[in-house]
Design a protein around this ligand. Structure first.
Ligand code: FAD
Length: 420
């Protein structure tokens, strides 16, 4: 059956890139891009960075408005897909209307997880996912002196740095013994924690909350499990996200911490695909099922699913990478560090510029870098090529890693001459 109409649900990084990639790859049929946000598709990362400061970077669009017209992408903003009928090949919108598809791609992303705490519904408590949340947070911050951030993950620590730069008194409450504990090496956590403290942030690790207190419907304090009351006119929640998988679940599509997809991003229904934050898949680098939450993952999967939708070969082997800006520290991560058994530091954490190389059984798995963009960029190449520099060379700053990697890769590419 020829594909006449592809419907994409979700106008985030994944959905929007898919519309673009389909056209780049020569698809001439209809594309409907449906999203429940009312803004033209935009970049989400600035929401926890420049956006809060106002003025600059009001809204950075993913594509200019004319892109959708020129590329015949039917952009349906402010519309929620309420149900999928896999047998009928139709989606139902929240106004009762339905749209037919030949192939459906779910790029519904994720939403912030909220802790079950008394007072979590008070005014001034915000979980940041989209521009509407960002505007709410910006408004709540006007006139506020004390900000509490629940969760020392990427978004929480970025917000803490931003609020500190805005002159607010910031406290971060993290339940684990260290910030970013599940994502980065201990040395990176330590460095970012020290930078946050130096910027004036109060950091409470290994601390849980009893609840939030309010005054006339607005938050006034958070109360820790050991009874400390911390003043807060604004509370930001950053304790992770939940995949928006309910649409798929209701349609009988297999889900397990996300919508389960195969190597071509096909769900358990042959004509329905899923990509981006919502997609759960067996990662080629980690040999385990996971969901990644990053712009790189969303856009690379979109490019790959465009190819699989059009019947082109699409072996998805992108190397995952991620960044997080926290005050003066630019953290960049490449690869997946699960099950690493050796962590090798290059550079000096005291000088605010170093990388941690993660190895398992001598094989390079991932690199976390602070203000060392060159290590990160080289890491992308080395991991894509499967090259592992010896740990001793990594430790030794006098060794030119780039030259080492280039020489090793050139040797591998050299033709083998029979009899030579
Ligand atoms: P999303 O961008 O979440 O888009 C999904 C869209 O689908 C949303 O608009 C949602 O409202 C819509 N939707 C859901 N259900 C329906 C429905 N039933 N009908 C219609 N529409 C629906 N990543 C990085 O790599 N680096 C960073 O520095 C970074 N910073 C971040 C900072 C913040 C504050 C946030 C929130 C995220 C950040 N991320 C960062 C993560 C990155 O933004 C996400 O990984 C990326 O947005 C995922 O893209 P997506 O298209 O899968 O999902």
């Amino acid at each position: 059956m020829s594909i006449e109409r592809i419907v994409i649900v979700g106008t985030g990084h994944a959905g929007t890139q898919l519309a673009a990639s389909l056209r780049q790859d020569g698809y001439a049929g209809a594309i409907a891009l449906i999203g429940d946000e009312t803004d033209l598709p935009y970049h989400k990362p600035p929401l926890s960075k420049a956006f809060l400061k106002g003025g600059e970077a009001e809204l950075q669009l993913l594509r200019p408005e004319e892109f959708y017209v020129k590329n015949r992408v039917e952009l349906m903003l402010g519309r929620r897909v309420a149900a999928i009928g896999p047998a009928e090949h139709r989606v139902a919108l929240d106004d009762g209307s339905t749209i037919a598809y030949d192939r459906l791609v779910l790029a519904t992303g994720a939403r912030p997880r909220l802790p079950a705490l008394p007072g979590i519904d008070l005014g001034g408590v915000v979980a940041l996912r989209n521009r509407a949340d960002g505007l709410m947070l910006r408004a709540a911050t006007v006139g506020a002196e004390d900000v509490v951030v629940i969760g020392g993950g990427f978004i929480g620590m970025e917000l803490a740095a931003t609020f500190a730069a805005l002159g607010r008194k910031v406290t971060v409450i993290e339940a684990a013994p260290r910030i970013l504990g599940r994502a980065v090496a201990p040395q990176i956590s330590e460095h970012l924690a020290a930078s946050a403290v130096a910027a004036g942030v109060r950091l409470l690790t290994a601390t849980t909350l009893r609840g939030l207190e309010g005054d006339q419907g607005r938050v006034s304090h958070v109360v820790t499990a050991n009874g400390e009351r911390i003043a807060a006119q604004v509370v930001v929640v950053g304790i992770g996200v939940l995949p928006n998988q309910e649409l798929a679940e209701a349609a009988g599509i297999a889900c397990a911490n996300g919508i389960v997809v195969d190597r071509s991003f096909r769900t358990s229904h042959p004509d329905i695909f899923a990509i981006g934050d919502v997609a759960s898949y067996e990662h080629w680098m980690a040999a385990r099922v996971l969901r990644l939450e990053s712009v790189q993952n969303a856009t690379d999967q979109a490019r790959a699913v465009a190819k699989s939708l059009l019947g082109m070969p699409a072996d998805y082997r992108a190397v995952p990478w991620f960044w997080s800006d926290q005050g003066d520290a630019k953290l960049q991560m490449v690869g997946l560090s699960f099950d690493a058994d050796e962590h090798v530091v290059r550079g000096e954490s005291g000088a605010g510029s170093f990388s941690v190389f993660h190895y398992r059984a001598g094989r390079l798995l991932a690199i976390d870098s602070i203000n060392r963009a060159a290590d990160h960029m080289l890491g992308r190449k080395m991991l894509a090529a499967g090259f592992s520099p010896p740990p001793a060379a990594v430790r030794d700053l006098s060794v030119d890693l780039r030259a080492l990697a280039e020489a090793a890769l050139a040797e591998r590419a050299a033709p083998v001459i029979a009899g030579a």
